[in-house]
Design a protein around this ligand. Structure first.
Ligand code: NAD
Length: 276
């Protein structure tokens, strides 16, 4: 057996913006760290395109979820599906660890975490498109009093949003920064599903979602997405702000979210263990 085959093998479930971004890194940043042994997408064309772009062997393209699970040591989930939770359950039932990108889908998934504990599986959540998750987890050891997430997005990000329509907010008349939502993480997820991952990652990191308040604001002056997080507790106060650049390969995804997935893989392989 060649030494490459001894490397930890990863399977990518979902060959969209994030799946493709992460797959690319197996020939760059992750080269000699681990290997990509399987990919699967419900849309066969998406898997074919990913394989072609990255010059991958056809045999790593799997025809179904079971084929992917069998062909790797750990799964990177990057699917955009209504049944993501069931997919994750299937992977954990097979006792495989998972890196989960669709964090919003597991915010209230106590059953999934319980199953993972029983099966001794790890559910790994990358920090995503924000900064400070490491410090929040550390602060949480002695308890967090309050977290506030303020997400700022360009006006175009809210076009056709049903909540905006129901509140009769006229986006065309907004001239300066305007808060269009303030509420709990569950309400934020319900009304602004595009923001679910950042809010859910924070809620899971602080371990008590009732401590988290989500503000969403917009302005014609905002040209890109940014997330400001403020945390107070016994440790003191933290304030972080992340101004996200879109992925060079896909305008609908924050570049940092893809990079955080790659970093989670490096961590898993024992490459970088700072701040975990
Ligand atoms: N954690 C973060 O910070 C973060 C940031 C951005 C996106 N995300 C999440 O990551 C996930 C992927 O995002 P994306 O931008 O790559 O989405 P995308 O739409 O570009 O790609 C998703 C892919 O999943 C495939 N798919 C759908 N249902 C499937 C199924 N049942 N089985 C296998 N494949 C299936 C689609 O065909 C598509 O190719 C989404 O849930 C998104 O919300 C997380």
């Amino acid at each position: 057996m060649g030494s490459r085959n001894k490397l930890i093998s990863f399977g990518i479930m979902g060959c969209g913006a994030i799946g493709c971004g992460i797959a690319k890194s197996f020939k760059k940043e992750l080269k000699n760290v681990c290997r990509l042994s399987a990919i699967y997408d419900i849309n066969p064309q998406a898997s074919q395109d990913l394989a072609k772009k990255n010059n991958l062997d056809q045999k790593i393209i799997k025809k179904n979820i079971s084929g992917l699970i069998k062909s790797c040591d750990i799964v990177v989930e990057a699917v955009n599906a209504s049944n993501t939770r069931q997919i994750l359950k299937k992977i954990i039932k097979e006792k495989k660890n998972i890196i989960v990108m669709s964090v919003g889908q597991i915010l209230n998934a106590k059953d999934l975490f319980a199953l993972a504990r029983r099966n001794r599986c790890k559910i790994i959540i990358p920090s995503g498109a924000i900064a400070g998750i490491d410090a929040i987890k550390a602060a949480n050891v002695s308890g967090i009093d309050k977290i506030t997430l303020t997400t700022r997005k360009p006006i175009t990000g809210f076009k056709d949003n049903p909540y905006i329509k129901s509140k009769k907010i006229n986006l065309a008349t907004i001239k300066d920064e305007t808060t269009i939502f303030k509420g709990s993480v569950d309400e934020a997820i319900k009304h602004f599903p595009q923001n679910i991952n950042v809010a859910a990652t924070l809620a899971l990191a602080c371990g008590n979602k009732s401590k988290l308040t989500v503000n969403i604001s917009t302005s014609p002056k905002f040209k890109r997405n940014s997330h400001e997080v403020e945390i107070t507790g016994k440790f003191g106060r933290i304030k972080t702000r992340t101004d996200n650049q879109i992925s060079p390969d896909n305008p609908k995804t924050s570049y940092l979210a893809i990079l955080s997935g790659i970093q989670a893989i490096k961590n898993y392989c024992g490459e970088i263990l700072v701040g975990t």
